[in-house]
Design a protein around this ligand. Structure first.
Ligand code: 26W
Length: 817
């Protein structure tokens, strides 16, 4: 008998059916007969929300009245995914929902499908924030997620006839959005521009214009904690009354200019996930949500107090800075403490440094934001003053710690010269208590390279918290078949809130019955994905082939190029008989990737992948042996469908470039084997699952550094491996561009002359390991045993464990009593 500890539904199917009917009638003014799937979705969502309100209110009250420090997670991105089924899971109402909707004459899947996925993030950083607030609520820790409710999220990706990426606006709020609660009465005023004047010895900021930050609250229900936290996303509205006078003078545009300008701030998510565009609007967005959030926290934790004792602020809430994007919050809190509450510099600095902590999510130098002081001065003149003062104080402090003038100069927060730049990562490191990377290798490289000077002088500030993913969404919701098998195997479903319990599956890897059931689950997931893909994208995926997946943002360091070159080499080998077609192990390769709209090489790579797919999928010589599919618009929904069906996951970035990766964790937890480099969290995944259960290839970080040292000539590798030469030559000869030799010339030229991320240098190692992979796959029992050991040994990568690490090492707080 398996122990069932999942939350019990607060209502019966019948009661829930009536609640949906009630919403349809009173909230939407329609009858059951008139209701569409989308209407039922809205009604069911509103009915579910009602079952969360009490715990939400209690959590709010306990948070303010209690003495448990709260966490404020400041992030420019929250990639939440669809909400309904997650809320149903955490309320224990999944079955009641399905039965109630059927009772109302609708198909539960079609009702769920009518929810529009909120795309308020680009990729890893945004999704991690979503997993983290799920874990904070599930651990019962009082917390706010603070961000921006963009009107337009990450663009919708389509492919044109040539296989090129086309971006379409993601106007997600065009549809009824039942989850957000707009709270006009708790809006905050955010000021911009203007100048700073002296008034009786005090600095006074005279802003030129202001925006109204209106909070849109989303409930964040915990799994089995009975707690419901808040995701507070700010939406920009204008204060200015409509200037009728100007309107009458038919200068219409001037009349509404203030409105449009103001509301532009939360209009759209910047679709870059590595290279900041340094746009003024981006800085306005960052200051907008951070300033509103800091004032909101003071309002929440010091209700009705106009002279609060803010020296206690760091005991009320600790703010986590999700990368450099919210770091303007440090000079903002200083401004509030000094200018609005009259604290002296040292007291203010003491409060500020105790309040903030910084997480770095990248190793790419170009991804570390640097703002021109001039731009900050125009938009936030008082903040620039404070940043310069912080810089001065910091340089003084450094003079007390080292006499190495070079080092002190390297550590300047504000660079010298006639166009000074503000280095936000340095401001975050100087202005916070802790700095952490997101995987052991990443955190080590931050200390040894990126922030070396800082870790040498402030070693205690630096720590690591390896990323994690929420098992509720990425195992229980995405993979119910595997979830049932795990619960059966362990005899309890407690693993969903204690993922280390997966360890109990290790002995079952030697149980032929369990291995058989595991294989059946994986195959059923492959069939389910094939049906989903047929229906949603129109392509046929053959479940009797190996499902091999590479899904992540398109970036040269992630090396989708390596995957496509190896794929072309395989195709060529089949075509020219280097490999006997009968010995070829049938494989279906799935790609999913959005490229930042301005990222030329990334978009050319997408075009190449789509055209390789076109040629391969229409070539009878490889039919049934090799297929390539690139479903457009990779997002959380597609991930939830594709990950459970995958057998082989690609984590092939150049060592030392992927900070962590989180897809790697989701695939391993869903029983896929990984082919990967010793990069990011791959290192820890391989440690946990065992070297025998991970396909390792490629250079290590040190070997990469050595090769950069001694000078890297990619052409040499092109000459050395005929498989690589064949693949590149086929591209050059127009095999995937209807004979046009110029289409991919920029890619080929880069590979043969620069190839900064050493795709060519790691090609041979990558191509060679494919034989090992295919040999193992032919022994399905052996493959599935290793797959089960991957599931069993990756409980560590739960975001619950990550949050426990943050609580212990950085936040020093815990669950509400
Ligand atoms: C300013 C432009 C910009 C926007 C977003 C620069 C950098 C970013 C993010 C930091 C990029 C990102 O998503 N990084 C990813 O963060 C994940 C969560 O920690 C890691 O798992 C990935 O390795 C890392 O690439």
């Amino acid at each position: 008998m398996t122990e069932q500890t999942a939350p019990k539904s607060p209502v019966t199917t019948e009661q829930f059916t009536n609640e949906i009917k009630e919403q349809l009638k009173y909230a939407q003014g329609i009858t059951v007969e008139q209701a569409t799937d989308a209407d039922i979705y809205v009604a069911a969502s509103l009915a579910v929300r009602r079952h969360l309100v009490d715990s939400w209110a209690t959590t709010q009250k306990d948070m303010v009245n209690g003495s448990t420090k709260a966490v404020g997670y400041l992030s420019a991105e929250f990639l939440m995914g669809k909400q309904l089924r997650n809320a149903l899971l955490n309320l224990g109402m999944l079955a009641e929902f399905d039965d109630a909707v059927k009772a109302l004459g609708h198909d539960p899947q079609l009702v769920v499908d009518s929810e529009y996925e909120p795309g308020l993030g680009n990729g890893g950083l945004g999704r991690l924030a979503a997993c983290f607030i799920d874990s904070l609520a599930s651990l019962g820790v009082p917390a706010f997620g603070y961000g921006i409710q963009y009107k337009y999220g990450i663009f919708k990706q389509e492919f044109d006839a040539e296989g090129k990426q086309v971006e379409r606006p993601d106007y997600w709020l065009a549809n009824e959005e039942p989850w957000g609660h707009i709270d006009y009465n708790r809006s905050q005023k955010v000021n911009f521009g203007g100048q700073v004047v002296e008034e009786d010895g005090k600095k006074v900021w005279k802003p030129a214009w202001s925006v109204r930050a209106v909070p849109v609250d989303y409930m964040v229900p915990g799994y089995k904690s009975g707690r419901v936290n808040t995701l507070r996303l700010w939406s920009a509205k204008s204060y200015d009354e409509f200037d009728l006078l100007t309107f009458n003078k038919s200068e219409y545009l001037d009349a509404v200019k203030p409105q449009v300008e103001a509301e532009n701030i939360s209009k759209i998510l910047y679709p870059e996930d590595s290279t900041p565009q340094g746009k003024r609007l981006r800085l306005e967005q960052q200051y907008f949500f951070v300033a509103a959030s800091i004032h909101d926290a003071i309002r929440v934790f010091y209700p009705g107090q106009d002279k609060p004792d803010l020296t206690t602020f760091p005991n009320k809430i600790t703010f986590q800075l999700n990368d450099t994007h919210p770091v303007i919050g440090i000079p903002e809190l200083m401004r509030v403490l000094i200018d609005e509450y009259g604290y002296d510099w040292d007291t203010a600095w003491d409060i500020t440094t105790k309040t903030f902590n910084y997480t770095c999510h990248t190793l790419l130098p170009e991804a570390l934001e640097v703002w021109p002081a001039r731009l900050i001065g125009e938009l936030l003149p008082r903040h620039l003053e404070i940043i310069n003062e912080i810089n001065d104080h910091f340089l003084e402090e450094l003079k007390g710690l080292t006499r190495d003038k070079e080092r002190i100069n390297r550590m300047r927060i504000v660079t010298e010269g006639d166009d000074p730049q503000v280095r936000m990562a340095y401001l975050a490191t100087a202005g916070g208590s802790h700095v952490n990377g997101v995987a052991e290798l990443h955190s080590q490289l931050l200390k040894d390279v990126t922030l070396r000077d800082f870790s040498d002088l402030f070693p205690k500030k630096f720590t690591n918290v390896t990323n994690g993913v929420t098992p509720r969404r990425f195992i229980r919701l995405a993979n119910p078949r595997l979830s049932n098998l795990i619960t059966e195997g362990l005899g309890t479903d407690k693993w969903l809130s204690d993922l280390d319990l997966l360890q109990g599956l290790v002995p079952l890897a030697d149980d032929p019955e369990f291995v058989k059931k595991f294989a059946e689950v994986k195959h059923a997931n492959k069939v389910a994905f094939a049906n989903f893909a047929k229906d949603r994208y129109g392509f046929e995926a053959n479940p009797d082939t190996m499902f091999n997946t590479m899904v992540k943002r398109l970036h040269e360091y992630k090396r989708q190029s390596l995957k496509i070159l190896a794929l072309i080499a395989r195709y060529a080998a089949i075509k020219n008989g280097t490999i006997n077609v009968d010995d070829v192990l049938p494989r279906t390769v799935f790609f999913g990737a959005k490229a930042a709209p301005g990222y030329y090489m990334a978009k050319l790579t997408i075009q190449l992948i789509n055209n390789v797919a076109r040629v391969v999928n229409n070539d009878p010589d490889v039919k049934g042996k090799l297929a390539v599919h690139f479903p457009a618009n990779y997002n959380v929904r597609l991930a939830q469908h594709l990950i459970p069906a995958t057998e082989l996951d690609e984590q092939i970035s150049q060592a030392g470039k992927e900070a962590s990766g989180t897809g790697n964790m989701k695939f391993a937890l869903n029983g896929a084997l990984t082919v990967g480099t010793l990069d990011g969290a791959n290192v820890e995944i391989r440690e946990k699952v065992g070297a025998d259960n991970f396909f390792l290839f490629g250079m290590t970080v040190d070997e990469v550094e050595d090769l950069y040292e001694k000078g890297y000539d990619p052409a040499k590798y092109y000459e050395a491996d005929p498989r690589l030469k064949m693949a590149i030559d086929m591209i050059s000869n127009g095999a995937f561009s209807d004979g046009d030799r110029n289409t991919y010339a920029p890619l080929v030229a880069d590979w043969l002359t620069k190839d900064y991320f050493m795709t060519l240098a790691d090609f041979t190692s990558y191509a060679d390991i494919q034989y090992e992979i295919e040999d193992l796959y032919r022994d399905q029992d052996a493959w599935n045993r290793k797959a089960i050991l991957n599931v069993a040994n990756t409980g560590y990568f739960s975001s619950d464990r990550s949050i426990e690490d943050y609580l212990e090492r950085i936040w020093h707080t815990g669950p509400l009593a």
